[in-house]
Design a protein around this ligand. Sequence first.
Ligand code: NCD
Length: 329
Amino acid sequence: MNSKTSKAKEFMTQQLHPDGSLRHLITLEGLPRLLIERLLDRAQSYVRPLGEKPPASRALAGRTVANLFTEPSTRTRVSFELAAKRLGAAVVNLEVQLSSRIKGESMLDTIYTLQSLHVDVMVIRDAETGVHAAVAAHVAPHVSILSAGEAHVAHPTQGLLDALTVRQHKGRFDNLAIAIVGDVRHSRVARSAYHVFNVLGVTDLRIVAPPALMPELDEFGGCTRHTTLDSGLKGADVVMMLRIQKERMAQAELPDADRYFATYGLTPQRLAAARPDAIVMHPQPMNRGIEIASDVADGPRSAIRDQVRNGVAVRMAVLAEVMAPRGVP
Ligand code: NCD
């Protein structure tokens, strides 16, 4: 077993209760397909058309959820908060200044403090790898750790909402061509999408990026690699665009915005290489005019606003799953 496989196995045992239900959500890598499908089904039951009242339940009544974000976030933080509130939980948001980012030992002190304050679920976004797993290894048995983004490696609830969006539009995962386009190298969204689509059985997964933004060859096994949009989008059913992760690059590595748009920006003309019914996704925040043209982002094939709506539903499903009443083993 290579070190990657054993790491994935170790995470998986840490993430699941002995009965196979979800305790923490740190990565989608290696999660059983049935568990992922159950989460997607549950999330779908929370989706309502815009204009209708969102669903409300008491599944988390008496529980407390803490949002602990040491990196900026709009959608993910707000949707975790709304998800927890719609399930009846109390929510606390910890404002952590980027300049005094807590990490290592002091992160654990914060976690123990929250635990003493009867926090049941800690939603953590952090720029460093390994923080979520380290915290999960130390919390009391009744506490769940949910990742809201870990460095460039994982963003599991984004992966789930992306899968739900594809399922709603395409109704299947087999026989689908999905192209993940842009700064794949630095993207946790791409990595979680890769894991979830693999588990769900997507066989034609492509990554499309300029050579400098391609991941190392030991990652994204089984994906075809394309350095031009024309070849990468050919016949694609789903086009997932990514933001250039400036915060993870040195100034000298940053591509020139105009040149990038001219080669890798998704315009209606470029999208014509994909299938006529292809959908376009983007996790946001979007850089309009750099990785995507506004005509596409706001156009009829864009599923970007569905992704945002699905984000709350998926986070509700994950919260309900980890806080489900459990028999004493
Ligand atoms: C993404 C993230 O933070 O990883 N945003 C999000 O959560 N929707 C993608 C990004 O920042 O580009």
